[in-house]
Design a protein around this ligand. Structure first.
Ligand code: HEM
Length: 255
């Protein structure tokens, strides 16, 4: 037994005297040890294969009970971490594929997360951004410290250090305008970093500018040629010019 550590071995009981009783007690001890080890082995094997709810159930006493409780506590811990990791992975996947353009910097302003949308948006804008910020490179953006992009990094650092709620601003880089929404992220009062949502407003602002220009031109034209053309004026040169210009501006004919 001592050499093999084989707990299935038993003593042969040949008498009912003290020697026999001792042998019986020894066999019971071996029975308990064998049962305990069997449960330890089976449960930890099941657990490691993914059954994170299983625990050692066999009744145990003394030191075996201590080892049983410690092993079960260890499995509780691993199971809790696995559940938290699963939840994190779910949230991370949702953030990875959502349409909002999201990046995150840690408390020291190193970029630690970029979702698919922000990568796509910044890749499309990269050549413009580089005009103002030559060090901007999508290949090295992850892990980059954003101090490298700010004119006066101490300004952003000071602001973000004291930021308790969402801060919105527009920035202009390389001829583009981005709307930024920066929100601090805390865990149990400890600042983890800042999440920033980006929106490239360049096309929208250009379209608004064009619409305002068209409206202004239309107003100007109306002023110069009179509000509308009377039917008798249709052949009037000014009226024809107005109609032609309005048509070019995509406006409906004003009769
Ligand atoms: C998660 C990362 C980032 C954070 C937390 C952050 C934070 C900020 C904040 C709060 C402002 C506004 C300051 C104000 O309104 O006074 C700002 C401005 C600015 N940011 Fe960032 N930023 C980040 C990433 C970037 C990146 C990747 C770029 C590169 C394109 C960039 C370029 C700029 C520029 C050009 C300005 C305008 C003011 C200046 O040049 O300093 N930032 N940033």
């Amino acid at each position: 037994m001592q050499e093999s550590s084989d707990f299935s071995k038993r003593l042969v009981i040949e008498s009912k005297d003290e020697v026999g009783q001792s042998a019986e007690a020894f066999n019971r001890l071996m029975e308990n040890l064998q049962g305990a080890f069997k449960d330890f082995n089976a449960t930890t094997a099941k657990f490691s294969k993914g059954d994170i709810k299983c625990r050692i159930e066999t009744d145990m006493m003394g030191d075996l009970s201590v080892v049983k409780d410690a092993t079960n506590a260890l499995m509780d811990n691993v199971a809790q971490n696995a559940a938290a990791a699963m939840e994190n992975a779910r949230t991370r996947q949702a953030l990875d594929v959502c349409q909002a353009n999201v990046m995150m910097a840690d408390a020291d302003l190193n970029i630690v997360y970029l979702n698919d949308s922000v990568k796509e948006m910044l890749s499309a804008a990269q050549s413009d951004i580089k005009k103002d910020l030559p060090s901007f490179d999508m290949n090295t953006l992850m892990g980059f410290n954003v101090d490298g992009f700010h004119k006066d990094p101490s300004h952003q650092r000071g602001m973000l250090k004291n930021l308790k709620e969402t801060y919105k601003t527009d920035i202009k880089v390389g001829g583009r305008t981005f709307a930024l929404v920066a929100t601090p992220v805390f865990n149990e009062g400890v600042r983890l970093g800042t999440v920033v949502e980006w929106n490239d407003m360049t096309a929208e602002l250009a379209a608004n500018k064009e619409a305002s220009l068209i409206a202004a031109c239309r107003g100007e034209l109306a002023q110069q040629t009179g509000v509308g053309c009377m039917s008798g004026q249709r052949d009037d040169g000014r009226c024809r010019l107005k109609h032609r210009l309005l048509k070019q501006l995509g406006e409906r004919h004003v009769a």
